[in-house]
Design a protein around this ligand. Structure first.
Ligand SMILES: *[C@@H]1O[C@H](CO)[C@@H](O)[C@H](O)[C@H]1NC(C)=O
Ligand SMILES: *[C@@H]1O[C@H](CO)[C@@H](O)[C@H](O)[C@H]1NC(C)=O
Ligand SMILES: *[C@@H]1O[C@H](CO)[C@@H](O)[C@H](O)[C@H]1NC(C)=O
Length: 308
């Protein structure tokens, strides 16, 4: 099929210039293409000069290979089945479904129309989107005023991207951060793991929440995550409750102590009073009896006083 295609191309390109001198009045142009792995990539191509032309045949060949990766002529379509003309009615744009890293490279695109044949060079690069970043901190619970390291990791993107840091007011902290990039290439699946670290000797909790933004190699945002800072760490709240426990214990001891002291005083006074009223030991029981039956007393007093 490929050889037939080449034959058709050769014949048409030899023959058509003689028939149609308008050949040089049009151009085939393709835009550089950036595809996303496992998604559909459109290679935008267009005719410049004539709006209406009928596509007779096309072939797409990688500059590093002899055989076309895709051909289409009036009789057949051959090559990589993921590749097709996006819409031959509208123009020469191509489409690659389920884009792979192996699609990256430079290509020659031949197009034969009812007005002649043209060739254009095009390039395809393939990227992968970073997964949403995973954040962590050291220590796990950051305390305002203490030391802190904030981490933001994004994986499975390609090519190497960037991680930028901002605080709640939008101040850019990126300059204080460090991003490491680890590239992996296994079975044609390329990926980069980004790990960014933002370290504070003393962190101001008022700057939280922090945001880390993951950008792809072309500075387009792929994802973001926020890190909030608990104003107190677990350890410190433990210490604090221990401290407040101690305070409670001290306070308790003081209260009990003063109670004991008070009781001792009361006992002392009671003893003194007992000593003072030593000659009338019955005074106290009488008093308590009187206070317990004060109304009766009054009645009795009322009853008795006239008699006495
Ligand atoms: C992020 O990456 C760093 C360095 O590779 C690692 O020490 C840290 O544990 C990672 N954090 C998370 C949440 O994966
Ligand atoms: C933040 O700072 C980084 C590094 O200095 C810079 O590359 C980036 O453009 C800045 N971003 C914004 C939004 O100012
Ligand atoms: C980034 O890491 C390098 C090497 O580990 C170190 O020399 C540099 O000071 C770090 N920069 C910041 C801003 O932490």
């Amino acid at each position: 099929m490929a050889s037939l295609m080449v034959m058709v191309f050769v014949i048409v390109s030899l023959f058509i210039p003689a028939v149609r001198p308008s050949q040089d009045l049009w151009k085939l142009e393709c835009l550089p293409t950036v595809g996303i792995v496992s998604e559909t990539t459109v290679i935008t191509c267009s005719f410049k000069g004539f709006k209406k032309m009928e596509i007779v045949a096309v072939s797409l060949t990688k500059t590093t290979q002899e055989k076309p990766v895709f051909t289409m002529d009036p009789d057949s379509i051959s090559g990589d089945q993921r590749i097709s003309l996006e819409n031959s009615e509208l123009g020469p744009s191509l489409k690659i479904s389920d884009t792979m890293f192996s699609d990256e490279g430079e290509y020659l695109y031949n197009v034969i129309t009812d007005r002649g044949a043209k060739m254009a060079q095009l390039s395809i690069s393939v990227t992968a989107k970073y997964k949403n970043p995973i954040t962590s901190t050291w220590p796990e619970a950051v305390k305002g005023g203490g030391h802190a390291t904030l981490y933001c990791n994004a994986t499975d993107g390609y090519p190497a991207g960037f991680i930028h840091w901002f605080d709640r007011s939008g101040t850019n902290w990126t300059i204080n951060s460090n991003t490491t990039k680890a590239t992996k290439d296994s079975n044609g699946l390329k990926s980069v793991a980004l790990s960014s670290r933002l370290t504070f000797k003393t962190i101001d909790a008022g700057l939280a929440p922090f945001r880390c933004i993951v950008l792809n190699s072309r500075y387009a945002q792929d994802g973001e995550s926020t890190i909030s800072i608990t104003s107190q760490s677990y350890d410190d709240s433990n210490k604090e409750s221990l401290a407040s426990n101690t305070t409670h214990i001290v306070a308790g001891v003081m209260v009990i102590g003063s109670l004991i002291v008070g009781l001792l005083f009361a006992l002392l006074i009671f003893r003194k009073r007992n000593g003072q009223h030593g000659r009338r030991p019955s005074a106290h029981p009488m008093l308590s009896y009187e206070s317990g039956n004060s109304s009766e007393d009054t009645l009795e007093t009322g009853n008795y006083s006239p008699k006495e």
